[in-house]
Design a protein around this ligand. Sequence first.
Ligand code: ADP
Length: 503
Amino acid sequence: MTDYILSIDQGTSSTRAIVFDHSGSIVSTGQLEHEQIFPRAGWLEHDPNEIWNNTREVIGQALSKADITRHNIAAIGITNQRETTVVWDRTTGEPVYNAIVWQDTRTQSIVDRLADGDLDRYRESCGLPLATYFSGTKLAWILENVDGVRERADRGELMFGTTDTWVLWNLTGGVKGGVHVTDVTNASRTMFMDLKTLSWNESTLADFGVPASMLPEIRSSSEVYGTASASSLLRETPIAGILGDQQAATFGQAAFDRGETKNTYGTGNFLIFNTGEEIVRSKNGLLTTLGYQLGDAKPHYALEGSIAVTGSLVQWLRDNLGILSKSSDVEKLAKTVDDNGGVYFVPAFSGLFAPYWRSDARGALVGMTRFVNKGHIARAALEATAFQTREVLDAVNADSGVDLAELKVDGGMIANETLMQFQADILGVPVVRPVVAETTALGAAYAAGLAVGYWSGLDELRANWKEQKRWEPSMAPEERDRRIRLWKKAVTRTFDWIDDDTP
Ligand code: ADP
């Protein structure tokens, strides 16, 4: 009997395989971290072969922990770190270079060259500003800088993919007939896909110098792309869902309809707001992106607010200041004081992302007095996550004209109840935590299960979503306004820090 769906979550720090049952509960998990390769400051790479080997291994772990075989798996879904770029040879399967990870900033000069003074040149077509974050300039860098790659690409010998595509191609047989496909959500992070036509934009490709023959076929997020190859543990099992990680988390939160939203609190924060079938162009520093597309149905679009530093600020307190022994201790330390003691901590460590997009900003701790102790700093660090989220949500409200009624949350930081209460207070709307916190893997499982009829439709998935806990706002509106005003003032103190002669 095919009782389960297997989800592959190819993340930035690890790859996981999770087996889900019909109620959306986790049956078993396999997980392996991969090496973070830092060749220079600002560069970050992964070894694509290590990622593929780990994928095979974690599938084996998950199946054996659940004591099941491929016969019990109805379909496979894939979710992935987005934007991370792999190029490989279609006849040998060998990558021509390491994967260039989304956080890698080596392509700033390509960004500046293509922008020619206008970072929004491609926004009308793809919904994104020119930035090192997206796949486009990473692929251009590989074509321009790795020996022989330009010629091989022009001869049609190479393939490009984000890590969903790399895993799918290998899982479906690689050089022996692997399918070269991505889904609309991942394609929408390259800068090459036109939001309206959902096809590659030839004039953008020409500007970036990318031959169309390298690109995968763009398909929906929920359909059968192929079956696992004979040599895999899952042979003949259909692979039937692909969603980029943040879109998968949104789907796993059952935020299927226009106006629904989720916020993921991890290393950084990613808020996604479903705009239904409408493409909303942001005037307030958000990205326009694909939400999901189920088979032949019309796609759902989304606005996204990406915040670079949230959970990683807690890691910084732990690793760089040494005032915590583990991340979760931040709550205890923050609770040693009643409030932030007047301190605001703006973690503009790599500039500010949404909604400011200021690469000239750097971090600031303001409002310091002799009274301030490490408890206040811990509290200010947690509050920074809540204030940044508030600003992204204000941008969403301004762009969409819709005021949010509540916020569904997921990710590692939501274990922190002090933060969740403060978040509700600063938003003025309830914050809601679901029972299944592994929403990313669950979303990909949902997309795959829908395609093969394992689940009957969205209503059944909505019924799977269960609230675990809710925080109601309790701060007086005047007090909330006062604190937001101070936060905004603190943010202005981080601007214009980088000068032309800053090394
Ligand atoms: P990612 O998927 O981005 O790797 P996770 O969702 O696993 O991240 O969340 C990990 C992040 O959450 C880390 O940056 C860590 O510092 C932070 N974190 C974990 N537990 C807590 C906690 N109890 N309070 C605040 N932050 C936490």
